[in-house]
Design a binder for this molecule. Sequence first.
Ligand code: DHB
Length: 391
Amino acid sequence: MIARRNLLILAAAVLAGPFISAAEAQEPFRVALILPMTGASQSTGRQIDAAVKLFMKEHGDTVAGRKVEVLLRDDAGVADTTRRLAQEAVVRDHVQIIAGFGLTPLAMSSAPIATQGKVPMVVMAAATSSIMAASPYIVRVSQVLPQPAVIAADWAAKNGLKSVVTLVSDYGPGYDAEKWFVERFKAAGGTVPESLRVPLANPDFAPFLQRVADAKPDALYVFVPAGFGSAFAKQFVERGLDKSGIKLIGTGDMTDDDLLNGMGDAMLGVVTAGPYSASHDSAMNKRFVADFKAGNGGMRPNFMAVFGYDGMQAIYKAIEKTGGKGDGLALVDAMKGLSFESPRGPVMIDAATRDVVLNIYMRKVERRDGELYNTEFETFSNVFDPAKPKP
Ligand code: DHB
């Protein structure tokens, strides 16, 4: 009896052997996509999620023989939630990559999870320069605010603006957008009579805009994150600043392609420096915009969608290069130095910093075929983060 049972166990083990390894080979390569799908930054979540789905529809869900599975998680833009979801993804769901991170505080809260779990963290939105120092497992595909900030400052100085007031959201990327603009503009001989910081949550721009009106600068330079441009534009118009002769400039985050049509004609002529316009003239972008709109009820992709798409490009290339294995450091290494074409133009992941190198475009809001677009008029290629030493 006992002997027979042992035999059965032995037989079961022999049979199970190949089954287990086959099952292991078939385990999907899991990517946790942690995004604000609700709350004030939900447009970032919606845009990135839609772009990730579009990428997988175009490229299939099998890479290097391994099925890729994306687990979408909603952190509602709350940093403690992002951290908990990242932890669950790593510990419970055994994901090979965590990705997303719609705002700087959400990325910062999760960086220790990436380090402890030895899991790559692909940042698809957050854009404060210092994020990279929070974990050696971070790879960023989005943008870094000092990149558009210095290019906007150079443009302002070259185009006869002498005094500029800055107005930024009061947190990491706002400080980067402010510091790098102000330093560069002053170095070129400009003056900055005031630097205003508006709370990120439920921003009331009115009292700040009153101070802008009183200071009467040549221009107002603005950074607000994706999704916040319409609230700003509404109050800018309500305060009559569109008729004040004060020119509106900023980083491209303000004239968000997702919102621009709703911001209205007061935005015509607004000049921004940014990494992506839905009207970027390339075959790849034309296809991207058409397919994105077709799959999402006509929604226009914004820069966040492109960052999400590029995140998937980097992830797929890293899975290919590592033969479908899920080793965290090998995946990070595989992403270092990658370069690829994006709907925004060429993109590179700097091998030394793991941070994104991209084109920054000067753009002007124009009406075309009845719609508002950020029309690109000058290209700055291969822009590194000026806040990091150039390798
Ligand atoms: C950040 C978020 C944004 O939506 C944006 O446009 C730029 C920066 C951030 O929190 O880092």
